[in-house]
Write a protein that binds this ligand. Structure first.
Ligand SMILES: C[S@@+](CC[C@H](N)C(=O)[O-])C[C@H]1O[C@@H](n2cnc3c(N)ncnc32)[C@H](O)[C@@H]1O
Ligand code: SF4
Length: 321
């Protein structure tokens, strides 16, 4: 397992629908007019193929996953009693009954996205009046029912103080924090000034050093190295079946409706940006990838876009595309 690349985690964005309007949402272009979402059978089949490649955990998000009319059917398909299944939600439609039922199905951790401890500022960023209160209620409900909670925080240079405050708050509340670096996709398209630089990286390192329990996508991988797991240990299935390295990556390497997952993953593992295993986050940090691949997404009205349409990919893979 440690020697050859083994898939670990399969993310599913099960719907592009959402009741929020977050200022920075990378998923804002997921919707595709007239296309059906992956059916339950297609999700089942994709999960079966992901397991055959080694996957033992999944994350369910979107859009807002709780808005999918067959949300619980999808959770069952992902087998939370046998595998690790977590959900990332804005908490707006969360109810006590839902938490109880999730627990019954075998889910033990929910992620509630939060961006500021100032309710007005948070709700403005999240584009939904009352979002802050919903997250606070969600935390209390989960505590009552022994459900673990993490707070994913999308951090960026201008938002770093809020991230520090949330880490402190989470510690006091006894919940975890996942740090996601802001990626320039969807509504955050082209926002390069928000992205990583050396000064920001030094601050982030200090934060990680002071809080060893913080999680990030580029935490230690199965090969015990820190680095971007995209395409190797992690893949993401977008709402209509496109396969990307992670949910925050706008580049599709194929669609599970057209090809076996193994073939698509093989193609990803030959992509030089994935195979060099960036030491942190490829979509938020790797300047070449951001310029050549993230920015190219701006010309599409819907994402992810097919990698074979990217001029840099065509040039680098002459004769193979
Ligand atoms: C797209 S949302 C989907 C799940 C759910 N609607 C929610 O907000 O929790 C998944 C996570 O990505 C975060 N996010 C959204 N846009 C982002 C961006 N441009 N860069 C980094 N994280 C982002 C959200 O705050 C959330 O934690
Ligand atoms: S980040 Fe989540 S809650 Fe906010 S608009 Fe995007 S999908 Fe909706």
């Amino acid at each position: 397992m440690l020697r050859k690349p083994t898939l670990r985690i399969c993310e599913f964005s099960i719907t592009p629908e959402c009741q929020s309007n977050c200022e920075f949402c990378y998923a804002s272009k997921f919707y595709r007019e007239g296309q059906p979402l992956l059916s339950l059978d297609e999700i089942r089949n994709t999960w079966k193929q992901a397991k055959a490649l080694g996957a033992f955990s999944s994350v369910v998000f979107g859009g807002e996953p709780l808005l999918h009319p067959q949300f619980f059917d999808i959770i069952r398909i992902l087998e939370p009693k046998k595998h690790i299944v977590t959900i990332t939600t804005n908490a707006i439609s969360l109810t006590e009954e839902l938490v109880v039922n999730l627990k019954r199905e075998g889910v033990f951790l929910i992620n509630f996205s939060l961006n500021s401890l100032d309710p007005a500022e948070n709700d403005k960023l999240r584009g939904f009046q009352g979002h802050f209160d919903k997250v606070m209620q969600g935390i209390e409900i989960c505590k009552r029912h022994g459900m673990d909670v993490f707070l994913p925080v999308a951090t960026a240079k201008s938002r770093f103080q809020e991230t520090l405050d949330i880490v402190k708050f989470a510690r006091e509340k006894g919940v975890g924090v996942t740090v996601n670096l802001m990626c320039a996709m969807g509504r955050a398209e082209g926002q390069h000034e928000e992205l990583f630089d050396e000064e920001f990286w030094v601050k982030l390192r200090a934060l990680y050093n002071a809080n060893p329990d913080l999680r990030s996508d580029y935490d230690v991988n199965l090969d015990l190295k820190v680095g971007c797991p995209a395409g190797f240990e992690k893949i993401h299935i977008a709402p209509y079946g496109d396969v990307t390295g992670c949910s925050m990556n706008p580049v599709s390497f194929g669609n599970v409706r057209e090809e076996p997952l193994a073939k698509i993953v093989e193609r990803m593992r030959h992509f030089h940006h994935f195979s060099k295993r960036h030491p942190s986050c490829i979509v938020a940090v790797d300047k070449d990838f951001i310029t050549d691949y993230m920015d190219f997404g701006a010309r599409y009205s819907t994402l992810p876009y097919p990698v074979r349409e990217n001029p840099k990919y065509i040039e680098d893979n002459k004769g193979k595309v």
